[in-house]
Design a protein around this ligand. Structure first.
Ligand SMILES: *Cc1c(COP(=O)(O)O)cnc(C)c1O
Length: 222
């Protein structure tokens, strides 16, 4: 099947759930992205700032670029003018830098908080208690150039579907808890980014609104 066919297939998979498909184009060249674009795909995900910045000017202007990988404070300035959604914010420090660079670029930057839900050891993501204290932090509650649109998470790399489901469900539960808090207008629980090639079906069943599929659309990465 071609990239075009894959885009059509995955959109038919996610749209009945009210979710949207992000085509994860990292490591794949512009012609592959254009083929997906021609099938109507507009949301693309990259995990590296440099790669996003290299590709963005060479491709159609109505593409929405999502940064799905970890973001270092010193790189926020590059993406601030062009990024549509930053998926993996996991500290107050990064939020404050996004605030600063949003002000400089004259735009409010949409973000998600990355939550740690997997069993594996990883440096990235907030624990539930850390996420709650960040969201209720007066400094974060008074940001003007940041919009926190929801949460993002990655399940464990395992074949165990029950475990994956439990991890997604715990993220969904946190999402629902936060949504019930009294929050300022720039913090809202609208997007829940979870699910990739190997686990997108479970993620949809557990309430994902943004599915990040790379390999199944573009093939193996080198
Ligand atoms: C690469 C990546 C994906 C896509 O993974 P596939 O298994 O190729 O679908 C999704 N989310 C993040 C954060 C990634 O880095």
């Amino acid at each position: 099947m071609s990239i075009k066919d894959h885009i059509k297939f995955y959109r038919q998979e996610v749209e009945p759930f009210g979710a949207r498909l992000i085509a994860v184009s990292k490591t794949h060249p512009a012609p592959a992205i254009l083929e997906a674009y021609e099938a109507g795909q507009r949301l693309f995900g990259e995990n590296k700032v440099q790669e996003l910045m290299d590709k963005q000017p060479t491709l159609p202007a109505d593409i929405e670029w999502h940064l799905i990988g970890h973001l270092q404070t010193n790189k926020v300035k590059y993406i601030a003018p062009v990024v549509s959604l930053i998926h993996a914010v996991d500290s107050e420090k990064v939020l404050l830098e996004i605030e600063k660079q949003g002000a400089r670029a004259g735009r409010v930057i949409p973000c998600l908080l990355q939550i740690f839900i997997a069993q594996e050891e990883t440096k990235f993501g907030l624990h539930e208690s850390e996420a709650l204290s960040l969201i209720t932090n007066p400094v974060v509650q008074s940001l003007q150039f940041v919009r926190i649109e929801g949460l993002m998470g990655m399940a464990s790399l395992t074949e165990n579907q029950t475990q994956i489901r439990q991890e997604f469900r715990s993220l969904r539960r946190l999402f629902d808890v936060v949504a019930k808090l009294p929050l300022p207008g720039h913090i809202r629980m609208k997007e829940l980014s979870m699910g990739m090639t190997s686990d997108y079906r479970v993620a949809l069943e557990e309430g994902s609104t943004l599915i990040r599929v790379g390999t199944a659309i573009f093939g193996q990465r080198r």
